[in-house]
Design a protein. Structure first.
Lengths: 161, 624
């Protein structure tokens, strides 16, 4: 891919952890690429699969969910989120959308280095693999919507116990 | 009011958006990187932006006044401010929008400082283009917002104070003085906590028990304060204004009334009490650091003791010859910073793998107070003070240092990365301390001692269950953490839960009193009204779209937050989900799984997020 490709990276940052973490990067006056845009969210558990796929279909090239990880202030939310992202990544893989475009990570309020590592890695990777295939994303998005509407979303995988 | 104005006041969300966008230069913090003037021109071309202005400081009074004026004169019905982090000024601008006559939730904040100009210093063009994308996202979101009302709920105008040490006692007295009923829960049979066992306190040299009695008398004698001793908070749930608390009082058959009148005979049987309170003050205090076995000879050498033990025993020692456990004592050493200001790689880590790198604050003064007392009562005893740094901060406390020095206390200063080494003594001494003394430029000194007093720091009293149940934030130092050390020093991130005293950080008695007083005032403010207002960002079910599948009820982690309701529609009985806003935490887990998109988080709807994503993608970059 040519070096003039500017991937559009969306960071979904949790209010309790990653958003202040991203603020901390600013307060430290450290730099990362300007094609990274951050939206704050109470908990990414609120997004259904199709939200991500729609974003890819519309023009986003990579999504980094900067969550609270095990510090999540909401009971059980992180487990639900990580199961959902597992399922999504599986569908992306099956459908032919590079799974590197989708990453779930945990960033704490002072995790400056971790934040920089994550966004820089995603930026490097996306420059390598190029823009997301909007057609594939669109197809996966529509399929995911249909699945949700049919009330036929696969039951979350429960632990063996 | 004209017909048109009336319509606007009733239903501004149905109007065509007229959006005002305000870009802050932040005195150069933003405009030195982002081309704010070029940005404003581009923003003008975004959909339904009626006005876009650039100001040097949006948060200033004139900056805010511009918003108010434009809302009123230009009929704006949505506002965006692009400035610093929302954590600093989102509330400022919401309030300004409200002053202008708009619902405060018809506002969107864009962070172009911490997450733009400060992180893209060497890419001004990229930063300017990003600012446009982020404003475009906000403008997109504002096409999907509606007026929101804060949630108003009843307020139980009663406070729970956890801990009956001086912090809890002080907070209880202050609150009751404001006419607010208080429930005080103390785990031990006695009120007064750590201070009750201090032979002397500084400054003022008041005896701990005397000090505690005065305070405890006020508490036990107050009609508005209900004290539970030998009690613990068995469970706690709920939220500000509406905490539900279960208190368990343990039984101890045969226990008698302690002699001082501040204890309490335990009930013959365990008892449980329920209470509803509006706020909770955490006054759970601290413990003295317990050195590990062998740390400076602790628990291996009988002549090594901690400062609290020394204090107690010194107070009980008769005048005359100084003896310790029957042995005459000639040389006493005090060692500072035991369990405090530890150095990674030098001091062994604590059981949780961390080191205590904080200063415990009370110990310098307490050590010198004891050193001075010892010197005054037993002038023949030689006193050695091993320290890294000494600061007897605070009014009237420097005297302890100057007087100790004048009384002949010998000071030896070590570096944190070369702490003194304690070894068994020779020639009749119990101990030998080897130290590299930087007051003599690094000379290796061996000091024979008969007694070594470890100036142990403070560690938070362990309350893992309460931390877990209330989801209290804990700092890296394991103490409970405030929202902001300067701006909100006694509040926690859990609305309605306040901090008093050494549960939060090492403090001396004066500081503990200040903190407890502050917590009481904050609690009194929260309890001053019959209602509490909460942010409106909770889930909401669109009953028309809800098909009653109940998936959301299965997904919800919070008991009672989602309810099943049967309603009659066209003569048919159907099931609908409904949200109890007081119990909804606003996580959005229910939103993602709803097959009919009937649930959304107010203020964070999926449509709004979709619009923001589109805004990010569709914004045209600023030309050259």
């Amino acid at each position: 891919m040519g070096s003039d490709f500017e991937p559009k990276i969306l960071v979904l940052a949790t209010l309790a952890c990653a958003y202040p973490g991203a603020d901390a990067v600013g307060k430290a006056h450290l730099e990362y690429p300007a094609n990274v845009s951050i939206l704050r969210v109470p908990s990414p558990v609120l997004f259904p699969e199709d939200f991500y796929l729609r974003a890819f279909a519309r023009g986003i090239d990579g999504i980094l969910i900067a969550s609270c990880g095990s510090d999540c202030p909401y009971t059980g939310a992180y487990d639900k989120l990580s199961r959902r992202i597992d399922g999504l990544v599986h569908k992306m893989k099956e459908g032919g959308l590079e799974i590197e475009r989708m990453r779930l990570t945990a960033i704490c309020t002072v995790c400056i280095k971790a934040f920089l590592n994550e966004v820089n890695q995603m930026d490097r990777k996306l420059r390598e693999i190029g823009p997301a295939n909007r057609e594939i994303a669109s197809r996966l998005w529509q399929a995911s919507l249909r699945e949700l509407q049919a009330g036929a979303v696969a039951e979350p995988v429960r632990s063996a116990s | 009011m004209t017909e048109q104005e009336q319509g606007a006041a009733q239903q501004p969300e149905s109007e065509k958006p007229r959006i005002g966008v305000y870009i802050c230069r932040c005195g150069g913090n933003i405009s030195d990187v982002v081309d704010t003037e070029a940005l404003a021109k581009q923003v003008q071309s975004l959909g339904d932006v009626a006005t876009c202005k650039v100001e040097t400081f949006m948060c200033s009074d004139p900056g805010q006044a511009t918003i108010v004026e434009d809302i009123q004169k230009q009929g704006l019905n949505r506002v965006v401010v692009a400035s610093c982090s929302p954590f600093l000024h989102e509330l400022t601008f919401r309030t300004a929008v409200q002053r202008g006559g708009l619902n405060p939730y018809l506002y969107e904040h864009v962070n172009i400082r911490e997450q733009d100009s400060w992180v893209h210093k060497h890419d001004p063009a990229g930063a300017t283009a990003k600012a446009l994308r982020m404003i475009s996202a906000a403008v997109g979101k504002l096409h999907h917002v509606e007026q929101l009302e804060r949630i108003r709920l009843g307020n139980h105008r009663q406070a729970l104070v956890v801990g009956g040490g001086i912090a809890g006692l002080k907070a209880a007295v202050e609150l009751a003085g404001k006419g607010i009923p208080v429930i005080l829960v103390e785990q031990s049979p006695q009120l007064g906590g750590r201070v009750a066992s201090l032979a002397r306190t500084f400054p003022g040299e008041i005896e701990g028990p005397e000090f505690v009695h005065k305070l405890a008398d006020q508490v036990t004698g107050h009609p508005l304060i209900r004290v539970f001793r030998r009690a613990r908070v068995e469970s706690v749930s709920g939220f500000v204004g509406n905490f539900d608390v279960r208190i368990a009082v343990e039984s101890q058959p045969g226990a008698s009334e302690p002699p001082d009148g501040h204890g309490q005979a335990a009930p013959a049987e365990a008892q449980e009490f329920h209470a509803s309170v509006g706020t909770i003050i955490m006054a759970t205090g601290s413990d003295p650091y317990t050195p590990a076995r062998g740390e400076y000879g602790f628990a291996e050498q009988p002549a090594v003791v901690t400062l609290p033990d020394f204090l107690r025993q010194l107070a009980d020692t008769p005048d005359g010859e100084f003896r310790w456990n029957g042995r005459p004592v000639r040389n006493v050493g005090f060692l500072h910073c035991v369990g405090s200001r530890q150095v990674d790689g030098v001091n062994p880590p604590q059981p949780d793998g961390k080191i205590n790198d904080y200063c415990s604050r009370y110990c310098c003064t307490a050590i010198l107070q004891q050193a001075l007392t010892l010197k005054q009562r037993f002038p023949a005893v030689n006193v050695f003070d091993f320290y890294q740094d000494i600061r007897t901060y605070g009014r009237g406390r420097e005297d302890y240092y100057t007087k100790s020095s004048a009384a002949g206390v010998v000071f030896l200063r070590f570096h944190g990365d070369e702490p003194p080494v304690v070894e068994p003594g020779e020639n009749g001494s119990a101990l030998k301390v080897r130290v590299k003394d930087w007051l003599t430029f690094g000379e290796e000194v061996e000091v024979p001692l008969d007694l070594l007093v470890l100036g142990v720091g403070m560690v938070p009293h362990a309350i893992p269950e309460l931390i877990d149940r209330l989801k209290l934030p804990v700092g890296a130092d394991r103490f409970l953490q405030e929202v902001h050390p300067k701006l909100r020093p006694v509040e926690t991130a859990v609305n309605g839960v306040l901090l008093a005293g050494t549960a939060q950080a090492p403090m001396d008695i004066e500081e503990t009193f200040s903190a407890a007083g502050a917590a009481a005032v904050k609690a009194a403010i929260l309890l001053s009204r019959d209602v509490v207002e909460l942010d409106p960002f909770v889930a909401e079910v669109d009953a028309e779209k809800c098909n009653g599948c109940e998936r959301c009820l299965e997904e919800c982690a919070y008991t009672g937050a989602l309810l099943k309701e049967t309603v009659e529609i066209d003569g048919e009985t159907v099931v609908k989900a409904r949200v109890n806003p007081g119990l909804c935490f606003g996580c959005g887990a229910c939103v993602a799984i709803c097959p009919t998109r009937a649930i959304d988080l107010k203020g964070w709807t999926l449509d709004q997020f979709d619009a923001m994503v589109d805004g990010l993608i569709e914004a045209v970059p600023v030309a050259g």
